[in-house]
Design a protein around this ligand. Structure first.
Ligand SMILES: [Zn+2]
Length: 156
């Protein structure tokens, strides 16, 4: 770490302790060139902090990319969609989750997945929608098919 006073490239850590209830490390540093002392904090990059998912029943669980991929694989089974493509969708959805803040809702994730699947394959889209929205009535399927039709029209 560069010295903020004389800009020497190397400074020494003279003390190191936990801060913020263990979420950060506080380091006391000294510059050997000019003897300037300063403090730095080391924290986990927010982008790499695990995300929480709030489900519709109010429970919160960690975001699980593996689960997302499993859901995508189930929805696209036998539809000739390559694993590379599925990984791509998972990546896009994971990015959307990260941008959504430290806590996202399962509805937000579901909508992000449907947005991607809608552009790829109608059957996969409906399969995923049926699981994610817990459809119990045929009417829901019809409504979803109509929505999908509109989506296609909007995309030209
Ligand atoms: Zn210095």
């Amino acid at each position: 770490m560069q010295c903020p006073s004389c800009h020497a490239d190397d400074t020494k850590v003279v003390d190191s302790r936990l801060a913020g209830e263990g979420a950060a490390v506080r380091r006391r540093r000294r510059c050997p060139s000019c003897d300037y002392r300063f403090t730095t904090y080391e924290r986990i990059d927010e982008a790499e902090t695990p995300r929480s998912v709030r489900k519709s029943n109010g429970t919160v669980e960690p975001f699980d990319r593996g689960k997302l991929v499993a859901g995508l694989l189930a929805a696209t089974k036998g539809r000739g969609i390559g694993t590379e493509h599925i990984e791509q969708i998972a990546e896009t959805v994971t990015d959307a989750v990260r941008l959504g803040g430290l806590e996202v809702t399962s509805a937000q994730i579901g909508a992000a997945v449907l947005n991607e699947l809608g552009a790829v394959d109608e059957v996969s889209y409906l399969r995923f929608a049926s699981v994610y929205k817990n459809f119990d009535a045929a009417a829901d399927f019809h409504r979803e098919i109509e929505l999908l039709g509109k989506l296609g029209a909007d995309r030209g």
